[in-house]
Design a protein around this ligand. Structure first.
Ligand SMILES: NC(=O)c1ccc[n+]([C@@H]2O[C@H](COP(=O)([O-])OP(=O)(O)OC[C@H]3O[C@@H](n4cnc5c(N)ncnc54)[C@H](O)[C@@H]3O)[C@@H](O)[C@H]2O)c1
Length: 302
């Protein structure tokens, strides 16, 4: 393995952001909106050619077009990731187009708000397909390509801080993020000999159409206009140590770190991108800005 530090002494430009993924191919599932879109565009900026797989064809095409404007190649493959045949066909199309896959971002996922007692078995199944089977199928189809090419690779799974924490009304989705974390750790051992690293990012709340828009915004109008209200922002200031929600770009920055050589000795980890909420669990700021335990705060506030 080349010594990256030595390489940097010879070619310091390798540390330039637009060369971190130079010449590589990255596949991003659900890359048409929110965090996936931010990852696709940042990875393109970092030098990668991008395969965008999203259920909405116009979103795929919009992101692919932006990637081309950045100066990289792009392949838009409309894909419903809940259908594993479509996922496998998407990975085969990526291989046929670029002849290599260096980075796979399993970003598709999420859940709908409902108490578990009210959730149907059909809904459990759909959640499993969206969050787990999509990741299994994309990873299973990609690994032989990474191994065949012999250059190693990086898999970045988009988990959630809720994979490590309770989240009432999202019992199934939360349990699937916990499963994603387990898969990340275990797979990292199984593929380490091939130089393939497997990590995850775990956002808490990031401003994306998925959580702050009333409905999915049409492609091309990705700027979220239904963002957090003033009251929600004020609550975030007190609850989140860094005092605000994440931007999708901040999730993308962490994904880029995990996808690039900058993290060449990191595998099997889940990196929280949560503004400190995992660390603060239970602690919030009172109206004076002092840190207090949530229950004490409630008493003081009464
Ligand atoms: N936004 C957050 O606060 C947050 C927090 C924690 C974890 N996450 C995770 O980040 C990931 C992305 O979330 P987001 O908020 O950016 O989502 P989003 O809802 O804003 O965007 C999701 C994208 O997925 C596409 N999509 C939906 N169903 C699909 C399907 N079946 N097949 C292919 N594409 C499909 C949509 O068209 C859209 O472009 C998810 O795995 C989510 O669980 C998000």
């Amino acid at each position: 393995m080349t010594d990256y530090a030595e390489e940097l002494l010879r070619v310091p430009e390798l540390l330039q952001m637009d060369r971190l993924l130079e010449g590589q191919t990255a596949v991003v599932t659900a890359g048409g909106g929110g965090i996936g879109r931010a990852i696709a565009l940042l990875f393109a900026k970092a030098g990668a050619n991008i395969v965008v797989a999203d259920i909405l064809p116009d979103r795929c095409e919009e992101v692919a077009e932006k990637v081309r404007q950045i100066g990289r190649k792009a392949l838009a493959v409309p894909t419903d990731v809940m259908d594993t045949d479509q996922v496998r066909a998407m990975i085969a199309a990526a291989d046929a187009e670029f002849g290599r896959i260096d980075v796979l971002v399993n970003n598709a996922g999420g859940g709908s708000k409902r108490l578990f007692v009210d959730q149907s078995e059909r809904s459990w199944q759909r959640h499993v397909n969206l969050n787990l089977f999509s990741m299994f199928a994309a990873t299973h189809a990609t690994l032989p390509i990474m191994i065949r090419e012999g250059r190693g690779g990086a898999i970045v799974n988009v988990s959630s801080i809720e994979g490590s924490r309770a989240c009432p009304n999202f019992a199934v989705a939360t349990s699937l993020k916990a499963a994603m974390n387990g898969f990340t750790r275990t797979l990292s051992l199984e593929v380490a000999d091939h130089g393939i690293r497997v990590n995850a990012i775990a956002p808490d709340e990031a401003i994306t159409p998925g959580i702050f828009a009333a409905a999915i915004a049409p492609a091309g109008e990705q700027k979220v206009d239904v963002g957090p209200s003033k009251a929600v922002e004020a609550a975030a200031k007190r609850r989140i140590p860094l005092g605000r929600y994440a931007g999708a770009d901040e999730c993308a920055q962490t994904a880029l770190f995990l996808a690039s050589k900058m993290s060449s000795y990191i595998t099997g980890t889940i990196v929280a991108v949560d503004g400190g909420t995992w660390a603060s669990s239970g602690w919030i700021r009172n109206r004076k800005g002092e840190w207090v335990l949530a229950e004490v705060y409630e008493e003081d506030d009464a």
